[in-house]
Design a protein around this ligand. Structure first.
Ligand SMILES: [Zn+2]
Length: 133
């Protein structure tokens, strides 16, 4: 099971202390995310087993990362390392997701496709993906 949480483009603090996106009206959490998609295309984390997960691209490489909250509003980025027997399959899934949303030449954060999310869920539960602390 997984849930997507999208980043929002124009978040401001309202007078009553809520974080609200001015572009679409969504109320967001302290990480500027909500289950609702923004009016502008933004990436999403996919929450799998309470871990917010996305794909990070830099230097033409795609890596699966999790954002672990460390305090009220900061997160630590942790790489999810695959077992050798799933490494190629994971690389292919990430490459396809990145191609469909931009490309390896565009650094940034990318969203897991349904197919990738289901596999990652399975691999986390079977211990084939582990947090590289
Ligand atoms: Zn928005």
């Amino acid at each position: 099971m997984y849930e997507r949480r999208y980043y929002h483009a124009e978040v401001t603090l309202s007078e009553d202390g809520r974080l609200v996106c001015q572009a679409c009206g969504a109320e967001v959490d302290k990480f500027l995310r909500s289950p609702q998609q923004c009016r502008y295309p933004t990436s999403a984390v996919t929450v799998i087993g309470e871990l917010p997960i996305c794909i990070h691209v830099s230097n033409l490489r795609a890596t699966l990362i999790a954002e672990i909250p460390t305090s009220a509003s900061t997160v630590k980025i942790v790489v999810l390392a695959p077992d050798e027997d799933i490494a190629d399959e994971l690389d292919n899934l990430l490459a396809t997701d990145v191609e469909n949303q931009g490309g390896l030449n565009i650094s940034g954060f990318y969203t897991l496709s349904d197919e990738t999310a289901q596999k990652v869920d399975e691999w986390l539960r079977t211990g084939k993906l582990r947090l590289q602390m």
